[in-house]
Design a protein around this ligand. Sequence first.
Ligand code: AMP
Length: 190
Amino acid sequence: MRLLIMGPPGVGKGTQAVGIAAHYQIPAISTGDIFRANVKNATELGKEVSRIMAEGGYVPDEITNAIVADRLTEADAANGWLLDGYPRTSGQVDALDAELAKTGQAIDAVVSLVADTDVLVDRLLKRAELEGRADDNADTIRRRMEVYTEATDPLLATYRDRGLLVEVDGIGTIEEVSARITSALDAKLG
Ligand code: AMP
């Protein structure tokens, strides 16, 4: 099972990714988590990306693509994975396609969590208070939403054209959204 989960900042991708991955017994691979871990541990990569993240921008494709390509060669990813927060640019879509083509792998479905951006900005501000995330101040939240709308939202059409997109209403409790995703994926994949 090879899946992507996409959606605007604050829609709950990370939480749902963990649930879906557990359900299918595949690893959830989050580029955001990988970057945050590097920032926390002050690695070379962390130093390179911390400012970009704090400003709500995207880490350059060549860095992000190399990290994902590398992660996909690890043993736990041999039989499937769920990518959370990747790809986010058309360059990343191309890089992922090229990477999968090397080993004859294919994406089975792309879960798109759908929600109104005003609702999400509200959610992100609340989460910022609770978790104190450095990339969640009001300016950064706005920037992240803009970058998403410009660079990532158009990618949904690409996956829709390929017949891979599974759209799910992202507003509801964690359990409600999770149940919607599971039944939509069951309907899609059988
Ligand atoms: P996330 O937790 O997925 O929202 O990611 C947090 C931050 O990490 C993003 O706002 C970006 O700065 C960076 N990031 C995560 N994934 C990517 C990606 N695929 N491409 C570029 N930057 C990314």
